[in-house]
Design a protein around this ligand. Structure first.
Ligand SMILES: Cc1cc2nc3c(=O)[nH]c(=O)nc-3n(C[C@H](O)[C@H](O)[C@H](O)COP(=O)(O)OP(=O)(O)OC[C@H]3O[C@@H](n4cnc5c(N)ncnc54)[C@H](O)[C@@H]3O)c2cc1C
Length: 478
């Protein structure tokens, strides 16, 4: 167990002298009490803790892993440039508080370049073909929007126009697996249509994991401390970990929907079936990144080029090439194909990436590989997947999941009705849960926010027939 936080430490010369990273490894006993305990140090947990600190209440974040970030995790050691193993893009810069916080923290923020390519076999799509693809995407989106206003919730795949021709598979990949981690046959039309437009994609040069870690620097937290049991009532809560118990007046639980349903945290009494069923309907899709450092630019692409292929098979991927002018490329696989592939292990994933790039760009790829690696989020024990997407009939579950359970409040991307599946949604959900918990402990009156609220993020009315921008190949979502 590593415990970090100046507030829980007496001023210590050793602490003051430790370099920044070592400070995080300072060991101290877990506090026995807090006003509010937060479980999980991902985006939702860090946002919640910061909100509670702003209200001058005692908070402790308890995190199972040895680092902050959860599904925002930047590898700064392996490749030439920071590699985001999880989330890479933020969206909606006009209303997204994380972008301001990132700038204030001195990190470099930039929009994804608009350029993108569609490959048809070994050549680029011609302008007319790209137009055809965008038209197919528009029609597919339009069909999903229309169906979401119908009486029954149905799978997105069942409402797609039947005449998308050669672009059917590519549209399915972009709207389904690539955008949500699930195939369109497994996603509710209502959930998909409610997703807020994710317009401009914004990256942080140092990585989104670096950003969340930076925003968590002043937060009292205990790393490598998996919560095993939570005893709760309407009045108080006790959180059990291998390092001891913490008593609090409220808890915010930010673990993923799959972690919640896996039963790794025991609840006494059990949490209501209503919430567990809701989490099951919001299970996580599969999304992984395969990293290849390729010497000598064998793909002949420019900095940060995004490439998809015309494919009528789910065995496809999205390429993000020459990241930040380096020779690092990310090949992203998702949905049921990505799940099968990642279950075969890292060597199989790397072999697929080389084979796929070779098919599209030629045979020099294999010999250019200098370094490689792959994420396997479905096997990460404290996450168990990538991002939530509702099964048909499951969209109301997002609201159910955010209902208080005694003095416990669930947060995390799955609880957000419009920004689900995103870091932005996770952050917002953490702030909201913190406000609810602060009210519960009497630290806030009903009409009083802990800190000035972030601008309300109302989903923009999508023009009839216009695709969510995230569905466009030039506005990457994941
Ligand atoms: C490969 C990939 C690419 C993605 N790309 C994007 C993108 O580009 N843009 C975007 O907006 N979103 C993206 N996402 C989704 C985004 O990462 C998530 O929506 C968001 O980070 C979720 O944050 P969270 O705080 O809700 O959950 P998490 O990040 O999962 O945080 C929950 C925390 O709880 C901890 N925990 C679990 N069990 C316990 C326990 N028993 N005790 C204590 N702690 C525990 C976990 O270790 C974790 O740190 C991507 C996700 C993946 C996997």
């Amino acid at each position: 167990m590593t415990m970090t936080r100046r507030g829980f430490l007496s001023a210590s010369a050793a602490f003051a002298a430790a370099p920044a990273l070592c400070a995080r490894a300072w060991a101290a006993p877990l506090p026995r009490e807090a006003d509010i305990v937060v479980i999980g140090a991902g985006a939702a947990g860090i946002a919640a803790a910061r909100r509670i600190m702003a209200a001058n209440r005692r908070v402790i974040v308890v995190e199972a892993e040895g680092q902050i970030g959860g599904r925002c995790l930047t590898d700064t050691a392996t490749f030439e440039v920071p590699f985001d193993r999880g989330a890479r893009w933020m969206h909606n810069p006009d209303s997204n508080p994380m972008i301001r916080l990132a700038r204030n923290a001195g990190l470099d923020i930039s929009a994804a370049p608009p350029g993108q390519n569609i490959r048809i076999g070994r050549r680029n799509a011609r302008p007319g073909e790209t137009e055809e693809f965008l038209a197919a995407l528009l029609r597919a989106n339009h069909a999903i929007d229309d169906a979401s206003r119908g009486r029954a919730d149905v799978p997105c795949a069942s409402v797609l126009p039947k005449d998308l021709g050669d672009w059917a598979g590519t549209a399915e990949f972009m709207l389904g697996a690539n955008a949500t981690g699930k195939d369109l046959k497994d996603i509710s039309v209502i959930d998909k249509a409610r997703a807020q437009e994710r317009n401009v994609a914004i990256a942080c040069r140092q990585g989104l994991g670096t950003l969340i870690a930076k925003l968590g620097e002043q937060v009292p937290l205990s790393l490598s401390t998996p919560v095993s049991r939570i005893a709760w009532s309407a009045r108080d809560v006790t959180v059990e970990t291998p390092a001891g118990k913490i008593a609090a007046r409220a808890a915010i639980i930010t673990v993923s929907s799959n972690v919640l349903t896996a039963g790794n945290i025991k609840f006494t009494p059990d949490i209501p079936k209503r919430q567990l069923d809701a989490a099951a309907r919001l299970s996580l899709g599969s999304y992984d990144r395969i990293a290849l450092q390729l010497a000598g630019n064998p793909l002949g692409l420019s900095r940060d080029d995004v490439v998809i292929e015309q494919s009528n098979s789910p065995r496809t991927a999205l390429l993000f090439a020459n990241m930040g002018s380096s020779s690092l490329c990310s090949i992203d696989v998702a949905g049921s194909f990505g799940r099968d592939l990642s279950s075969q292990g890292e060597p199989a994933m790397i072999a697929f990436a080389v084979e796929w790039l070779t098919k599209l760009f030629g045979s020099e790829v294999a010999s250019a590989v200098e370094k490689s690696g792959a994420t396997r989020w479905n096997a990460a024990p404290f996450v168990l997947g990538a991002m939530s997407a509702a099964v048909p009939g499951g969209q109301p579950s997002r609201k159910v999941l955010s209902e208080p359970i005694g003095c416990m409040f669930l947060a995390g991307e799955a609880t957000h009705e419009t920004l689900w599946g995103t870091v932005d949604g996770a952050w917002d959900s953490g702030e909201r849960a913190a406000e609810a918990a602060l009210r519960r402990v009497g630290a806030l009156r009903d009409a009083e926010p802990a800190v000035p609220p972030a601008p309300v993020r109302v989903p923009k009315q999508r023009r009839r027939g216009s695709p969510a921008k995230s569905a466009m190949p030039g506005a990457p979502i994941n």
